[in-house]
Design a protein. Structure first.
Length: 81
């Protein structure tokens, strides 16, 4: 694995839609820009601990599920073969 790990955000995206109906709705509730949210979901930026804690609270993610939502490494097609 490379030094920079890219995370799979598909489960997080699904939870955002499930709880808030849209990424815009979640961004409003989380007091962040839709641009920042998009950058995070696309692996272009990272979250600070306070921001992650807020998202976990807003999305009602259980402690035992944090890894699945935020720290699942993305598997590239070449790695699957």
């Amino acid at each position: 694995m490379s030094a920079l790990t890219v995370y799979d955000t598909s489960k997080l995206r699904g939870r955002i839609i499930e709880k808030f109906g849209s990424q815009n709705g979640f961004a409003d509730a989380a007091h962040c820009s839709t641009s920042f949210l998009s950058q995070y979901l696309n692996g272009k930026t990272f979250l600070t601990q306070p921001v992650m804690d807020n998202w976990i609270r807003l999305l009602e993610i259980e402690d035992c599920d944090i890894r699945a939502y935020f720290f699942t490494p993305k598997v590239h097609e070449t790695e699957q073969e």
